[in-house]
Write a protein that binds this ligand. Structure first.
Ligand code: APR
Length: 236
């Protein structure tokens, strides 16, 4: 069986990572256009670095929740049959046990060199403008896909969506493309589609089935159900 799971900020909410579209419309007190655009970085690299350095440091204080670990169990059972695509830049899927995570919007714990294009695992700050370990140029930026930039690995994602038997969207508002279009793309190639989200997303009507509630409850229950239907039970 081939499954594509797309996750968004909602899957990390119960771990204590704030979602993007809170009631006040701000991300950690900032307007998205002030911190998550190439224009913002050009205008004030120090301010953008301060913002992402704080987000990166905050990862130490959070831990994966049962939704993350359930998806790791799913990977263990399905192997290559699962493509886990996340819009999240945190590393909670990896810390929950997933080994092959497709970060379409980049990763906080990675730095991207504007000089040589190299991507380097990074856990410290970037605001002190350290040199790139590969080329030595002091042009490291957060390895995060900002608004107006192209997400990572779209070809591989589209191939997997076209082959999928099942597409599942977890904890995403369906407000940001191209991820918001995955449901229609997968359905167009014959996949069944399922939404797991706290509330109906912008694209709820596009799914075959929607379940609404907390990811920490819904995802483990759905994984158990899927694995039981496949004739295996990988619960520890
Ligand atoms: N369980 C399940 N879903 C939840 C939970 C929870 N505990 N808490 C919140 N949600 C849902 C919200 O109802 C909302 O629909 O998660 C969704 C989060 O939506 P957004 O904050 O818009 O996050 P996301 O969809 O991941 O944003 C997409 O937008 O700002 C950009 O690049 C950024 O990757 C991000 C993209």
């Amino acid at each position: 069986m081939k499954v594509v799971v797309l996750t968004g900020a909602g899957i990390s909410a119960e771990s204590g990572v704030p979602t993007f579209r809170d009631a006040d419309g701000l991300w950690e007190g900032h307007r998205v256009e002030d911190v998550a655009t190439p224009e913002a970085y050009e205008a004030s690299p120090a301010a953008v670095h301060r913002f992402y350095d704080a987000r990166r440091a905050a990862l130490d204080a959070v831990a994966p929740n049962p939704a993350h670990t359930a998806l790791a169990r799913l990977e263990a059972a399905l192997g290559d049959g699962l493509l886990l695509v996340t819009q999240n830049i945190d590393d909670l899927h990896e810390r929950g046990g997933s080994t092959r995570v497709h970060h379409m919007h980049g990763e906080l714990r990675s730095a991207l060199c504007r000089g040589c294009g190299g991507r380097t695992p990074w856990t410290g700050d970037l605001g002190d403008f350290p040199p790139c370990p590969s080329c030595g140029v002091t042009e490291l930026r957060p390895d995060v896909v900002w608004f107006g930039e192209i997400p990572y690995g779209m070809d591989e994602i589209q191939d997997a969506l076209a082959e999928a038997d099942l597409f599942v969207s977890v904890g995403t508002s369906g407000a940001v493309y191209p991820a918001a279009g995955f449901v229609q793309y997968a359905a167009g190639y014959g996949a069944r589609t399922l939404e797991l989200n706290l509330v109906p997303s912008d694209g709820s009507h596009l799914f075959d089935e929607c379940r609404h509630g907390r990811a920490g409850d819904l995802v483990p229950a759905w994984v158990d159900e899927l694995l039981a239907s496949l004739g295996g039970d990988s619960r520890p």
